[in-house]
Design a protein around this ligand. Structure first.
Ligand SMILES: Nc1nc2c(c(=O)[nH]1)N[C@H]1C(S)=C(S)[C@@H](COP(=O)(O)OP(=O)(O)OC[C@H]3O[C@@H](n4cnc5c(=O)[nH]c(N)nc54)[C@H](O)[C@@H]3O)O[C@H]1N2
Ligand SMILES: Nc1nc2c(c(=O)[nH]1)N[C@H]1C(S)=C(S)[C@@H](COP(=O)(O)OP(=O)(O)OC[C@H]3O[C@@H](n4cnc5c(=O)[nH]c(N)nc54)[C@H](O)[C@@H]3O)O[C@H]1N2
Ligand code: SF4
Ligand SMILES: [Mo]
Length: 759
């Protein structure tokens, strides 16, 4: 944390995708002068992709906020000081709570690809206000998968590609999107090993597909047919691990009966993959000692997505590819990603949304329902929103509808580092310190048998005018009167004397005043925080998390080399997390212990999900496609490229190529529309239109066109005039276009047409 000509390499992490590779940064003043991978990082071991080198564009740019902003009646913003902002935000939130109840205050976000600590403290504010409903981006991608996993075995799983004999990527392009440690190294290793095989199911010939042994270029939106046909071949040819099914799986028979009914030739015709090719793939999976599968947005944001999440799991269930090297595994959790973050014990949570009755999965209301929970005269409608570290106006389907919803609220506050599209609709905007100006961490800790957690320390002091989320939330909690300084004084004293004393005092205080549990994160920040090493106070809430983690997996924590200190195993784990600069292996499991990580009462897999088996049986009657004469093309609105990183980078200057995010299309489609590379075209969907430039790309199949994600952000030029670079994909998407179970949007499957540019 020194001035110019600082020769120190500061350890931190890349925040652009869930891999969070460890990096080292050299500073020139406040600029990131050099960036390299951190070879000592226990998970990424020095690996990065090219995007990490651009992180200065996140840390330093013209749209960063340096003062709380208050919206004037004419829609412009004025700067206000922090005391005013905190007092007024607390007062306005309390007024909504008092008039209509805390359940009408909705909370969105709480973390992005690199930052989940803030959300823990945000839970303190939510708890004081009695907030009941929340959501985040996960509820427009992963809730279908969560629905399936909750029914199969009550656990979250990932796959071990490092050791898998056969790797399957289903609507996933890890060469560009990563999603597991050292993704490109592992993809290359599989591609170079003749004993192993890679299968990619993607309509597009992606970079990953180029490396694959088998690329199944399905027709967009037909994955359910493709995966069901593979399953049917496995059952027909008896490529099944019967011992595994007998020992570990309940109720497989009704599922196998439904799979036997699948017409392989009909489904092959529907997905556009020859039966012989499906057979080759089924047989390669069928003779493998291990198969690892990763499904992602290509199927999670398209037709039949929850059904596909189910069917792909049946592949590895039939193969018994679970709980051994190279297979699927559950994992420990340092802090549960989907928990409400409160410390007040189990509270019963609503199962459906108050207005539209949409299903709440994994505690999250479907992103597609949020605006509809506002834009109604229903008495229980959402009246206020707290939005943190998310840009829903840009990232959720139907941007105009979300803007309308924000405008209809009685109150809204956004906590962000930048003046985003969402911030521009809020009553107050509170400027957070960047992820390199405070301690941060993610709860994307999905590894097995050794799982890793990394608390990174600040590289720079906070930008003047900004505060960390823990500080912002603690101030809000205090303005809302959740505790008094008398409540905290004994805890502060105990924290000074020692950790065992602190634990005793903390639990005694919560017992005497149970409401303190709901604001436990803020209490820890104010009491334990000041006793932690410099720059670590924001890590204080992890003390409770570490206790819970050590309590949940004591043997695996010990096996990871953590021994109880004077205050116990949880404190030893916490101390190690605070002290480490390279990430900590916090649990080390044995493979057979995977079964204990399942949440099902009998630690078995329960294969039969009747609702989804019925959907499988109804597939032959499904429509052949969703395009029409009016909208004959399928647009994938949001492809991951090396030039995209959600909306974390706002300055378009970070992009060295593909500046405006071209619309990719096959040469056949280009020719049919009289287009050549670099032309501009009008792209129209039922929801709206845009004018992207064209890139002719024969990785695309005819009829399928693709736009990148994360573009179309407003950014000020040198004179402060805003300009927009590229297409904002959700100006083109519609809310009703969604999965029937999880209500996740079909971002990857939007019917569209191309028109010549006029004028
Ligand atoms: N470079 C980069 N990396 C990122 C991100 C980023 O913005 N940029 N974002 C991160 C985030 S938030 C996420 S969730 C992940 C997402 O990671 P991915 O899911 O891998 O990313 P996408 O490119 O959105 O979609 C994957 C693939 O789905 C294919 N697809 C489209 N339609 C269909 C279909 O009908 N069936 C099948 N089988 N495939 C189809 C597309 O051609 C595409 O190759 O990436 C993360 N990593
Ligand atoms: N059409 C279409 N829409 C999509 C997708 C698609 O493929 N197509 N992909 C979807 C997916 S998978 C995802 S994950 C979402 C992502 O969309 P969002 O969840 O909205 O999140 P991000 O774009 O990652 O932006 C995160 C926000 O956090 C802010 N931020 C960065 N650092 C900090 C910090 O330290 N503190 C605070 N308070 N704020 C910070 C950034 O400025 C930014 O506004 O988009 C979804 N939307
Ligand atoms: S974008 Fe993802 S894979 Fe690339 S360096 Fe950052 S965290 Fe690692
Ligand atoms: Mo995502």
């Amino acid at each position: 944390m020194e001035g110019p000509s600082d020769q120190t390499w500061h350890k931190t992490a890349c925040i652009l995708c869930e891999s969070n590779c460890g990096i080292e940064v050299r500073l020139d003043g406040r600029r990131f002068a050099r960036i390299r991978g951190n070879k000592e990082h226990v998970s990424s071991k020095g690996y990065t992709c090219e995007k990490a080198l651009r992180l200065d564009s996140y840390q330093n740019h013209r749209a960063r906020l340096t003062s709380p902003m208050r919206r004037r009646p004419d829609g412009s913003y004025e700067e206000v000081d922090w005391d005013t902002a905190i007092a007024e935000v607390a007062e306005r939130l309390a007024a909504v709570r008092d008039a209509y109840g805390g359940a009408t205050i909705f909370r969105y976000g709480g973390g992005g690809q690199g930052n989940h600590l803030g959300g823990m403290y945000g839970a303190s504010v939510a708890n004081v206000l009695g907030v009941q409903y929340r959501s985040n981006a996960i509820a427009q991608e992963k809730t279908g998968e969560a629905f399936v996993e909750a029914r199969l075995y009550r656990a979250h799983t990932r796959a071990d590609f490092e050791h898998a004999e056969v790797a399957v990527f289903l609507g996933k392009n890890p060469w560009q999107s990563h999603g597991f440690p050292e993704a490109r190294r592992i993809l290359r290793a599989i591609a170079n090993d003749s004993e192993r095989a890679m299968i990619v199911i993607d309509p597009r010939r992606t970079k990953t597909a180029e490396l694959a042994d088998h690329h199944l270029a399905v027709r967009p939106g037909t994955d359910a047919f493709c995966v069901a046909a593979i399953l049917a071949i496995m059952v027909r040819d008896d490529l099944i691990d019967h011992d595994f099914l007998a020992e570990r799986v309940e109720e497989i028979e009704p599922v196998l009966d439904a799979v036997r009914e699948v017409s392989i030739s009909d489904f092959s015709a529907r997905c556009g993959i020859a039966v012989s090719e499906l057979e080759t793939v089924a047989q390669r999976i069928g003779r493998a000692s291990s198969v690892a599968i990763f499904e992602d947005l290509g199927v999670q944001q398209g037709p039949n997505s929850t059904l596909v999440s189910y069917l792909q799991r049946l592949i590895w269930i039939l193969r018994g590819s679970f709980a051994k090297p190279g297979s699927i595994h559950p994992h420990s959790a340092f802090a549960p990603l989907l928990s409400s973050g409160d410390m007040g014990g189990k509270r019963s949570r609503p199962k459906a949304t108050p207005v539209t009755g949409a299903p709440i999965i994994a505690g999250l209301i479907p992103c597609n329902s949020i605006a509809e929970e506002v834009l109604t005269d229903h008495p229980d409608r959402f009246r206020a929103m707290i939005i943190e570290s998310a840009n829903p106006v840009h990232s959720l389907a139907d941007s105009p509808r979300f803007r309308e919803a924000m405008d209809a609220l009685e109150f809204s506050v956004v906590i962000d580092v930048a003046m985003t599209e969402t911030a521009r609709r809020a009553d107050y905007v509170l400027p957070a310190s960047s992820q390199y100006e405070k301690p941060e961490a993610v709860f994307f800790n999905f590894e097995f048998p050794d799982n890793v957690f990394y608390l990174r320390k600040p590289v720079l002091p906070p930008m003047p005018g900004t505060l960390s989320e823990p500080e912002i939330h603690a101030r809000l909690v205090e303005a809302l009167g959740a505790y008094t300084s008398d409540d905290l004084t004994p805890l502060r004293a105990a924290a000074e004397s020692g950790r065992a004393e602190f634990a005793a005092a903390f639990f005694a205080a919560v017992e005497a005043k149970p409401s303190l549990a709901g604001v436990g994160a803020a209490v820890l920040y104010r009491t334990l925080g000041p006793t932690l090493p410099e720059g670590c106070a924001e890590g204080a809430a992890l003390w409770f998390v570490a206790q819970r983690c050590a309590g949940a997996y004591p043997e695996a924590v010990r096996r990871a080399g953590i021994e109880p200190n004077g205050a116990g195993l949880g404190d030893a784990l916490f101390d190690k997390v605070i002290a480490s600069d390279d990430g900590v292996v916090f649990t080390s499991h044995l493979h057979e212990e995977a079964w204990d990580l399942l949440g099902s009462a009998d630690n078995k897999i329960h294969a039969n999900i009747p609702q989804l088996v019925e959907m499988l049986q109804a597939l032959p009657d499904a429509p052949a496609g969703h395009t029409t004469a009016e909208f004959p093309l399928v647009l994938s609105a949001g492809e991951r490229r090396s030039s995209t990183a959600n909306t974390i980078f706002r300055d378009p200057g970070w992009r060295k190529a593909d500046q405006e995010g071209a619309l990719a299309m096959s040469s056949a489609d280009a020719a049919a529309h009289g287009l050549v590379d670099g032309d501009r075209v009008r792209l129209r969907t039922a929801a709206g239109s845009a004018e992207p430039t064209v890139r002719v790309d024969d990785a695309m199949q005819p009829g399928h066109i693709s736009l990148p994600n994360g573009l179309g952000l407003d950014y000020p030029d040198e004179d402060g005039e805003h300009f927009r670079s590229g297409v904002s994909p959700n100006e083109l998407t519609s809310l009703g276009w969604q999965d029937e179970i999880a209500l996740t949007p079909w971002h990857k499957h939007v019917p569209a047409r191309l028109e010549p540019m006029t004028g």
